[in-house]
Design a protein around this ligand. Structure first.
Ligand SMILES: NC(=O)c1ccc[n+]([C@@H]2O[C@H](COP(=O)([O-])OP(=O)(O)OC[C@H]3O[C@@H](n4cnc5c(N)ncnc54)[C@H](O)[C@@H]3O)[C@@H](O)[C@H]2O)c1
Length: 400
C-alpha cells in the first residue's frame, strides 16, 4: 500500500491510498462514525469485488444507495436526489459520504457532499481507470448544466481516495481504454520514464487480448478480466505514478490559476469533439423518428468516450504545437506521429473526423476562455508541455 498526499502549503489536505486489493479500506473508514455509501449500479451488478466491499460496509453499519449513471443524468436533479436520500436517512454534519464508481459518480457525490448541510466529509473509491488516474484526484466536483459540461461545481478535496486495480477487472474495455488515454496524457505532461512503460504495457494488453479472442476464440469479457489480472502489479505501479503527478500539480496549484491548466492537455479540442458528436447523435434521433430518408450521416456512429476525445485532442494539440514552434529546435512533427501511433497501438481511436472550422465554433464558447483567448497546452516533447494563450482564429490559421 502506498500513500500519496495532496497539500495546501505544508498541510496535507487529502490522501490517496493506492492498494492492490480492498484489504486496507476498513482502516481508512475506521475514524468515521456514520457512513453513507453511494454506489454506481453497474459496479454493484458487474464488479466481483462488490461482495467484499458490501461486507466491509455492512460491518460498519453503512447505509447504501445505488445510482444509475450517464452523462445526461449528471445533473443538479440527481444531486438533489442524493441529498434527499441523505436527509431521509438522517445524515448529520458528522456523516462521511463514500462515492463508489467512475468519474460521473465521484463528481456528483462529491458535489452533493459539498452542498449538503453546507458541506460534509466525503471520500472516493474510484472504479474506472479514468477516475483512478484523474477524476477522483484533485477535488473538482460538479454537474453539467444548460449544455455545458461540468459548469456547476466546487473544488473541495475528499478526505481520501482509495484506489485498487482489482476494481477495474469488470470495466468494459472501451471504458478502460478511455482511462488509458488520460494516463498517457498525464505522462506527456510529466514523464519520469512512465510514458513509454505505459505505452508498452497497454500495447501488450491489447495484443494479448486480440490473440485470446480472435485466435483462440475466448470469451471477450473473461479474456479481458484475466489479462488485466495478469498485469495487475504493473498497472498498479502506473496508476500510482499517474496519481503522484496529478497530486503534485494540484498541491502546487489547487484552484487552477496556472500550472493545473497543464492537465487540460487535449481537452479544449476534446470538448468540441464531444459536443459535435452529441449534436450528431441528437439530430439523428430526431430525423430517425420523423423521416428515415433524411437521416444524417454520423461521423462517430458509436459516439465518443471522454478518453477517446482526449486522445484525438492530444494528437491535434501536437499538430498545433508543430505549427506554433515551427522554427524551434524541437521537432513536434515526430511527436504528433509518436503520440498517434502509440494510441493506435493501444487500440484507442485518435483520428478526429471534424474540421478545425467545425471545432472552432464550439471552442469560441469555451467556458475557460479569458479575454477572447483560450489556454492551449502544447506538447514540446514527452514530459514537456507549455501553456499558450491563443485566440481560436489564430488556432484556425495555424492548423490550416
Ligand atoms: N473531477 C475531475 O477532475 C474530472 C476529471 C476527468 C473527468 N471527469 C468526469 O468524469 C466523467 C467520466 O468518468 P468515467 O469515464 O469514469 O465514466 P463513468 O463514471 O460514466 O463510468 C464509465 C462506465 O463504466 C461503468 N463502470 C464504472 N466502474 C465499473 C466497474 N468497475 N465495472 C463495470 N462497469 C463500471 C459506469 O457505470 C459507466 O457506465 C465525466 O463526467 C467527466 O466530466 C472529472
Amino acid at each position: 500500500m502506498e500513500q500519496i498526499n495532496i497539500y495546501s502549503g505544508k498541510k496535507a489536505i487529502s490522501r490517496i491510498v493506492a492498494a492492490e486489493s480492498l484489504r486496507d479500506l476498513p482502516s481508512c473508514l475506521e475514524p468515521y462514525r456514520s457512513i453513507y455509501a453511494v454506489i454506481d449500479g453497474n459496479v454493484a451488478r458487474k464488479c466481483p469485488a462488490t461482495g467484499q466491499l458490501t461486507e466491509i460496509l455492512k460491518n460498519r453499519n453503512a447505509k447504501i444507495k445505488l445510482i444509475e449513471t450517464s452523462e445526461e443524468g449528471k445533473t443538479l436533479e440527481t444531486v438533489m436526489h442524493i441529498c434527499a436520500w441523505l436527509l431521509e436517512n438522517g445524515a448529520d454534519r458528522d456523516a462521511m459520504i463514500l462515492a463508489v464508481g467512475g468519474g460521473i459518480t465521484t463528481d456528483m457525490v462529491g458535489f452533493a457532499s459539498c452542498i449538503y448541510k453546507r458541506g460534509v466529509r466525503f471520500a472516493y473509491v474510484p472504479t474506472t481507470l479514468l477516475s483512478q488516474v484523474d477524476a477522483a484526484i484533485g477535488g473538482k466536483t460538479g454537474v453539467n448544466f444548460d449544455k455545458y459540461k461540468n459548469i456547476l461545481g466546487i473544488i473541495r478535496q475528499p478526505a481520501f481516495t482509495y484506489m485498487c486495480p482489482q476494481l477495474l477487472e469488470s470495466l468494459p474495455q472501451r471504458d478502460f481504454l478511455s482511462g488509458v488515454a488520460e494516463m498517457l496524457k498525464t505522462f506527456i505532461i510529466e514523464d519520469n520514464g512512465n510514458y513509454q512503460k505505459a505505452a508498452d504495457l497497454f500495447f501488450d494488453i491489447s495484443s494479448e487480448y486480440h490473440v485470446e479472442v480472435m485466435m483462440y476464440g475466448k470469451d471477450e469479457k473473461q479474456a479481458w478480466a484475466e489479462i488485466l489480472k495478469k498485469h495487475r502489479r504493473t498497472l498498479s505501479g502506473l496508476i500510482s505514478a499517474a496519481a503522484r503527478v496529478k497530486a503534485g500539480v494540484v498541491s502546487r496549484d489547487q484552484f487552477e490559476k496556472d500550472e493545473r491548466r497543464k492537465l487540460n492537455l487535449g481537452h479544449t479540442f476534446a470538448h468540441a469533439i464531444e459536443t459535435l458528436a452529441q449534436r450528431e447523435s441528437a439530430e439523428q434521433r430526431e430525423t430517425a423518428t420523423e423521416d428515415m430518408e433524411t437521416e444524417i450521416q454520423q461521423r462517430l456512429p458509436e459516439g465518443v468516450t471522454h478518453g477517446e476525445a482526449v486522445a484525438m485532442g492530444m494528437v491535434l494539440a501536437a499538430k498545433l504545437a508543430d505549427r506554433y514552434y515551427r522554427n524551434d529546435r524541437n521537432d513536434p512533427t515526430e511527436l504528433e506521429a509518436k503520440i498517434s501511433n502509440d494510441l493506435w497501438d493501444c487500440n484507442i481511436p485518435c483520428y478526429c473526423p471534424y474540421s478545425i472550422e467545425e471545432m472552432a465554433q464550439i471552442m469560441k464558447k469555451d467556458k475557460k476562455a479569458e479575454g477572447g483567448k483560450v489556454h492551449f497546452v502544447l506538447p514540446k516533447a514527452i514530459g514537456e508541455v507549455e501553456i499558450v494563450a491563443l485566440t481560436v482564429d489564430e488556432v484556425c490559421r495555424l492548423m490550416k
